[in-house]
Design a protein around this ligand. Structure first.
Ligand code: SAM
Length: 287
């Protein structure tokens, strides 16, 4: 196995500790300043990823090859982003993989776009819509940096007006009024296709769920992912005191073909699921 060497123009994640990491673009002849001294970028060129590098003050940093979550977390932001913990669930629920065709809006900073683009790969496509040109421009930069731009088609426009793409495998929404996009998403998705919507408030979730039931979606579920990090030290291992208390709710659903289905099935599908789940829990607790 040949080890990958750092080249001029590459991005490198410089690591001091979990709180102090820096994403830098290697540029021959340049320096990168930290509060622990500066690093000469020439010292990085032709090093193997993973090798340590010393600053002018003799402090050791590690050189890491950035991965998807590094690109997401270090993206130049002009909107709130979807964090990796939520993006991971969104990708899982969406069912996408290499070759999938996915619609997404709004693009925002492009953090979620990167995750989708990573998983659809070079044989798939993410069509991402944004109505603020300055946000779209910034997201394009972020996607170029992570080398995922070729898996993405960036589109301008207000998605509440309609979706041009058809036969999509998944529609992913992260915008203020997802319920206005649901009828267009129904038309744009393949039968059995997946819709996933990320919203910070419960009010948005209620309106989105009502719109999903109305449009012809089933298997509707909303989840929230709370992630606790751990302090790991022999004799003192426990959850860290501080945690992110809330990011958003994830609602996901499947499209069915309405003409084969009576209205009550669509409307009752969720409740039936819940009843079945409740019955299972009761059966287990009686055993
Ligand atoms: C919260 S941000 C999305 C962040 C993105 N998921 C990320 O991880 O970087 C919401 C974006 O949706 C855009 N947006 C809101 N309504 C829209 C609409 N009707 N059509 C297109 N874009 C819209 C906003 O301009 C904003 O950039």
């Amino acid at each position: 196995m040949t080890n990958e060497l750092i080249a001029d123009g590459d991005y490198v994640l410089i690591y001091l500790d979990a709180r102090r990491t820096y994403m830098i673009k290697v540029q021959a002849g340049q320096t990168f300043h930290t509060h622990k001294g500066y690093l000469k970028m020439d010292d990085l060129i032709d090093k193997e990823y993973g090798e340590p590098i010393k600053s002018s003050l003799g402090v050791t940093f590690a050189t890491l090859k950035p991965k998807l979550t590094d690109y997401m977390m270090k993206s130049g932001r002009n909107t709130q982003i979807v964090y990796p913990k939520d993006a991971a669930l969104i990708v899982m629920f969406s069912g996408i993989g290499p070759g999938s065709r996915v619609f997404e809006s709004g693009t925002g900073t492009g953090a979620l776009t990167s995750a989708l683009a990573h998983y659809v790969g070079s044989t798939g496509k993410v069509y991402t819509y944004e109505f603020r040109p300055e946000f779209q421009k910034n997201a394009a930069k972020n996607l170029q940096r992570s080398k995922l731009i070729d898996n993405v088609e960036m589109k301008s426009g207000d998605v509440t007006m309609g979706i041009n793409e058809k036969d999509l495998d998944a529609v992913i929404l992260d915008l203020a009024v997802p319920w206005l996009v649901i009828p267009h998403a129904y038309e744009a998705l393949k039968p059995s296709g997946v819709l996933v919507s990320f919203s910070p408030t419960i009010d948005q979730v209620v309106r989105t769920t009502e719109a999903l039931r109305e449009a012809g979606f089933v298997f509707i579920e909303t989840v929230e992912c709370l992630m606790r990090t751990m302090q790991v030290e022999r004799g003192k291992t426990r959850p860290n005191t501080m945690m992110t208390g809330h990011t958003g709710y994830i609602t996901h659903a499947r499209k069915i073909i309405k003409q084969y289905c009576s209205e009550p099935l669509v409307a009752e599908a969720v409740n039936e699921d819940l009843v079945e789940e409740q019955e299972k829990i009761e059966e287990i607790s009686e055993e």
